[in-house]
Design a protein around this ligand. Structure first.
Ligand code: ADP
Ligand code: ZN
Length: 727
């Protein structure tokens, strides 16, 4: 029987595979890339299956043009893993497969092209670079090749074809083939640096992992900042590395944590593969290849590094597992931590999740015994604990969100030569309406939840039952007017700060100002050298970096999170506060952390400050259970945006009608998104919620095809987000 047909996955926004004819003699591997005609274009596709017949009439089928790989670029295990993801996230497989591949492979570069390399000839080895001093580029290339062969792909970023030709004609360089056997002897070269003796809790954690490091098992390592989690990672992976097993470590933000990477390098004396958004496509490709061939013992990377293949996988570690950056926020909205759980299960290796402030999802899994819970309660270092204080904003005169007392306090810290950090919590962007005199917040009576202010609609809306009412002119409790929304943007604050504290330099760190690794790096460098005295930022400031000279931290708008319609806002705020407190004034300065609020006696706030995150998180979990919110229920969010508010609304209404919500699946909406208008487009949402994951999955499996075919589906921009993190 000849397998004359192939099912090909293509990176197009359509579900299902496409049948193609296989030309005589072409026998592709499953998971290999091919080039196929598609409409008028040529697309790179992945072979999913070869078969002897097709349901399509043969004369309608087109033929595969080129087979790009001898070997699969996606292993069967990866295909299974990504297939699962396609089902789970209700996202087209083709797009998922291509997300998981390095750009060079997506573009269809052949293995030959990717492996083309240059090396010095004997003559080139003996050539004194000085002889080429009149041709600076040629000289540079010669010097670059002195240590050994290099990939053409990488070199061609710096040298033009003419340079290669010139040196080749002088017989100084020649083509080399890097398809030589991978160097797998790194385990023999591990040279262990001196390491601290683990304390009791660390020892317990390390041995618990060591006892179960051969099969799938999830561990949650919950330990306050500075309690020695990284040390546990280091000691837990040592035995695996010695057996030649590879370790993949995910971190939220590499630009902020170069010291973590260095610690892994120094501890084992091994090369560490690093993957983050600042790399070129070729650099990324190189790490991918080395990890896949088994040449790298350790790979550290941000979210998309979860797709790094490993020849001999030993363990996956997700550091700061609660961090929001693990969730992809557009296109295929996967969660790298959740993808890691499924991958570890398929690879049959342990997964280690670490955090000072675990997500409620992971904490729940640990408390119910699904994950093994490892606790570190003591701080390993000798940093002084930070003092927390609450500042009641009610009736106070504010300038740029700061009271007079706070402005004086900031001035005092600056005069002592210390740095001050000001945080704005962006979560819960469209906030509740709060009375500045008495702190009253307007609540929905059926849900006991605060209404969310929607300025452009000119109304208050409950995001839990979609009830709406007009914006009140005065406070229903004390009669004061007007009511005010909480919150302010970073830019606005930056401008205000400059006028409030002349003579001091302010630096703003948010995802806009910190774009690009060089820029962020420079900014952090400047901060640590004291060029800036005032640091203004969002969550990104709290990620893994240490600011030893910060003595005062102010969180400006706690209420925005306490009364947000986004039920995760309080959890995120608690994580922020705890992470910041763990990092400010580490060395010798006594740090102070101030929280500004209209509700100093709010129970969650009180619990967090008096009993710490661990206690808070357990209380918050009880609340979630009571309210049947995740992780005690499951959610999916349809988003739609359009220049015409009615179109976005009508599309979601039709989706809702198709889905026919009932007892096994509730639907809330369509209602405006928290940020109801962005760049001139109206944004609406429809939330699905169910006690069982299958409640949502079954309906979507059945109906996604129909939803995609709705006439409005082509008119509005829409997406589906499983386990949404942002509302
Ligand atoms: P975390 O990852 O929890 O923030 P680290 O592993 O970075 O904590 O540890 C914080 C500091 O304490 C580091 O400087 C580390 O070298 C040190 N440390 C960790 N464990 C020990 C230990 N058992 N004895 C002495 N110092 C330790
Ligand atoms: Zn309500």
């Amino acid at each position: 029987m000849t397998l004359g047909f192939a099912e090909i996955a293509l990176p197009v926004p359509m579900r299902g595979h496409f049948d193609y004819l296989l030309p005589e003699g072409m026998v592709p591997c499953i998971g290999a890339r091919v080039l196929v005609p598609f409409g008028r274009r040529k697309l790179v596709g992945i072979v999913m299956r070869c078969k002897s017949a097709s349901d399509m009439p043969t004369d309608k089928l087109r033929a595969v043009e080129t087979l790009l790989d001898e070997e699969a670029v996606l292993s069967q295990l990866f295909l299974d893993w990504l297939n699962w993801a396609s089902q789970y996230y209700q996202h087209p497989l083709g797009d998922i497969l291509f997300t998981a591949l390095p750009v060079n492979l997506r573009k269809g570069l052949t293995q030959d092209a990717l492996q083309k390399a240059w090396q010095l000839t004997d003559k080139g080895q003996q050539c004194d670079p000085q002889d080429l001093k009149r041709a600076a580029k040629q000289q540079a290339l010669l010097i670059a090749l002195k240590p050994g062969p290099q990939l053409h792909q990488t070199l061609s970023e710096h040298y033009s074809a003419a340079i290669f030709r010139a040196l080749e004609e002088k017989d100084l360089i020649e083509a080399a083939n890097l398809a030589v056997a991978a160097k797998l002897d790194w385990p023999e070269h591990i040279s262990l640096a001196e390491q601290p003796r683990p304390n009791l809790e660390q020892s317990l954690a390390i041995s618990a992992i060591a006892h179960q490091n051969e099969t799938f098992r999830c561990f949650l390592l919950e330990g306050v900042t500075g309690s020695g989690k990284t040390e546990v990672y280091l000691q837990a992976i040592e035995p695996l590395l010695r057996q030649g097993k590879q370790v993949l470590i995910l971190v939220p933000e590499i630009g902020l944590t170069p010291q973590t990477v260095r610690r892994f390098q120094l501890r084992f004396g091994l090369d560490v593969g690093i993957l983050h958004s600042g790399l070129t496509d070729n650099e990324r490709m190189q790490v991918w290849r080395q990890a896949r061939s088994g040449e790298l013992g350790i790979v550290i990377g941000t979210r998309s590094a979860i797709f790094t293949p490993m020849k001999s996988p030993g363990m996956i570690i997700v550091d700061e597992e609660h961090d929001g950056s693990y969730k992809q926020q557009d296109g295929w909205r996967y969660h790298a931590r959740d993808m890691a759980v499924v991958r570890a299960r398929l690879e049959n290796i342990p997964l280690l999740l670490g955090s000072a402030t675990p997500s409620l999802e992971s904490l729940n899994n640990a408390l119910t015994g699904k994950y093994q819970h490892l606790l570190l309660r003591q701080r390993a270092g000798q940093a002084k604990p930070v003092q927390h204080k609450l500042l009641d904003l009610k009736g106070q005169q504010l300038e740029f969100g700061l009271t007079r007392g706070m402005r004086q306090r900031i001035q005092a810290h600056l005069q002592q030569g210390n740095q001050v950090m000001l945080f704005i919590n962006r979560r819960g962007y469209a906030p509740a309406l709060i009375c500045h005199q008495c702190g009253f917040v307007e609540e929905c009576h059926s849900c006991d939840r605060s209404y969310t202010l929607h300025r452009s609609l000119n109304k208050l809306q409950c995001h839990h039952c979609s009830d709406a009412k007009p914006i009140p002119h005065a406070c229903a409790q004390c009669g004061a007017s007007p009511m005010q929304p909480v919150g302010m943007g970073t830019e606005q604050l930056e401008q205000g700060i400059a006028s409030l504290f002349p003579g001091y330099q302010a630096a703003r760190i948010d995802s806009d100002s910190a774009r690009g690794k060089q820029k962020l790096h420079q900014l952090l460098e400047d901060i640590n050298q004291g060029k800036h005295q005032l640091l203004i930022g969002t969550q990104i400031l709290a990620k893994g970096h240490h600011f030893p000279n910060v003595s005062l931290v102010v969180i400006l708008d706690v209420d925005g999170a306490l009364f947000s319609a986004d039920y995760r806002a309080a959890e995120k705020l608690a994580q922020l506060i705890t992470q910041v407190a763990g990092r400010a004034g580490r060395a010798h300065i006594q740090g102070e952390l101030w929280l500004q609020t209209h509700h100093p006696s709010h129970p969650l706030l009180q619990d967090l400050l008096n009993n710490g995150y661990q206690h808070f998180a357990r209380l918050a979990l009880k609340e979630r259970r009571f309210a049947a919110l995740p992780p005690f229920s499951y959610q999916a969010l349809f988003r739609a945006e359009s220049n015409h508010a009615a179109q976005a609304h009508d599309f979601l209404l039709q989706v809702r009608q198709l889905l026919s919500p009932g007892p096994e699946m509730a639907a809330i909406g369509p209602i405006p998104a928290l940020m109801e208008k962005r760049q001139g487009r109206y944004r609406m949402q429809l939330l699905l919620q169910s006690q069982q994951r299958t409640g949502i999955q079954q309906q979507l499996n059945r109906l996604m095809g129909q939803i995609e075919k709705l006439p409005l589906a082509n008119k509005v921009r829409w997406s589906l987000d499983m386990d949404p993190q942002d509302f």
